[in-house]
Write a protein that binds this ligand. Structure first.
Ligand code: PMT
Length: 413
């Protein structure tokens, strides 16, 4: 199973002799299923050509902050938003110094400032430069800001010296990137996610459905798995690859999704309902393909079971998160769903006109009983991780409140 499937990795390359290893790194990242875009500093292009990286990444390489044509196609802000993870390998002493000072005077440093994605830096430099207190202070500042350091390794250097400052090998960087996205915050926690559309057949070949691609729910399942949870994904019919280390239960109709979700709802700790379950199905399903008639036909529809509401109404429900797909009155409708279905949280997205359904990007307004948070437009992968952060915080708060409730004791009069 590919561990970086659908991950968008922006690889930054700065000007050092180790830049040649970035070519192999690009290949290894793609082997793991990542989509890679490369940004090179001008100095990096002295060591390895953009054409090499373009051929290996399968995408145009970006080098200039002030290139009008590049900015019109995918400028630094778009690149910063596009990335699920930014990796700078190799990162020279100069780049690390500029990053630690918040400089934005070239494309790579500007987008490192502009991105909300996790940033990983793999240093490569002469061992004296690495051990210099100035570099060590800069590195400490980056780590204090949550930037992950990959290496450096120790050993023979291109300059003839020996010591710390070698770029990690691509074989070491790729697992480190995979591991950096993983936490154990939900270790021991069972998460169930529903995703995709349902199909409600009216005859053997026709059905009622919607445009859900499953991408949002699959990204949520991946984010939960990366947080250490044991994850079950109940999926309607989609064309996506199953996420690594996630148990997938495939269903077609709302009734099947209902049965699969309810069968496990009592034993899971968190349920996240990202599926676009059909609200109605035909009362009757014709046993044979319906014949075209001159006059129109009428379908009699009945409601499907509200899976989310049923889970939230269980005697001992999991932490229950619904989605709300709205074309108008987003906040009001989402808050109504939160209250009416008795949910712990609702993630609302605007849909229609190319938004929400069947697109790579989305934006969420997240509501819970006494709070809310906006998650601005981003890839569904990044949004899923941000949503998971909020869910984990609220789930932890709720479980610690419950464990601090005084035990109920019988009082006899
Ligand atoms: O799949 P993608 O292409 O990535 O698109 C993502 C998405 C837009 C489908 C997703 O972000 C989303 O909004 N999912 C919920 C869609 C939806 O059905 O919303 P709703 O407002 O109609 O339903 C509210 C909630 O009730 C949802 O959590 C839904 O899963 C649940 N529901 C609805 C009907 C039903 N019969 N049973 C349910 O459990």
């Amino acid at each position: 199973m590919k561990s970086l499937a659908n991950q968008r990795i922006l690889l930054g390359i700065t000007g050092g002799i180790a830049a040649y290893k970035s070519a192999e790194l690009t290949r290894r990242l793609r082997d793991q299923g990542a989509e890679v875009r490369v940004v090179m500093t001008p100095a990096a292009t002295e060591f390895i050509t953009p054409l090499t990286l373009q051929a290996l990444s399968g995408n145009p390489v970006h080098t200039d902050l002030l290139d009008h044509a590049a900015e019109a196609a995918m400028g630094h802000i778009e690149l910063a938003r596009w990335a699920d993870t930014v990796v700078v390998a190799p990162a020279t002493a100069n780049f690390i110094a500029r990053l630690s000072n918040g400089m934005a005077d070239d494309l790579l440093s500007a987008l490192c400032l502009a991105t909300a994605a996790p940033l990983l830096v793999a240093p490569a430099m002469n061992q004296q430069m690495w051990q210099n207190p100035a570099t060590q202070e800069n590195v400490a500042r980056l780590q204090a800001r949550g930037i992950t350091l990959l290496g450096p390794a120790s050993g023979d250097q291109a300059c003839g010296e020996t010591g710390p400052g070698r770029l990690l090998e691509p074989d070491e960087i790729v697992p480190a990137i995979i591991a950096a996205g993983r936490t154990s915050r939900l270790a021991g926690v069972k998460v169930m996610v529903s995703a995709g559309p349902t199909r409600e057949f009216i005859d053997p070949v026709r059905y009622l459905s919607n445009r859900s691609s499953g991408r949002m729910g699959y990204a949520v399942a991946r984010a939960a798995e990366q947080s250490g949870a044991s994850v079950t994904l109940v999926s309607g019919p989609v064309t996506l690859a199953p996420p690594a280390r996630v148990r997938v239960v495939e269903v077609v109709s709302a009734a099947q999704m209902h049965d699969s979700v309810l069968a496990e709802a009592r034993s899971c700790d968190i349920f996240i309902s990202a599926a676009a379950v059909a609200d109605y199905r035909s009362r009757e399903k014709a046993p044979q393909k319906m014949k075209k008639r001159d006059a129109g036909i009428s379908l009699s529809l009945e409601k499907t079971p509200d899976i989310l509401a049923e889970v939230a109404a269980l005697a001992n429900p999991p932490f229950t998160v619904g989605f709300a797909a709205e074309t108008e009155n987003l906040a009001r409708n989402a808050k109504q769903k939160l209250a009416k279905k008795n949910l712990d949280m609702v993630a609302a997205n605007r849909v229609g006109d190319g938004l929400g359904f069947d697109s790579d990007r989305n934006a969420l307004e997240v509501y819970w009983r006494d709070g809310s948070q906006s998650l601005g437009t981003a890839s569904k992968e990044l949004l899923a991780r941000q949503l998971l952060e909020i869910i984990v915080a609220r789930y932890r708060e709720q479980t610690s409140e419950q464990s601090h409730k005084p035990a109920v004791t019988e009082v006899s009069d």
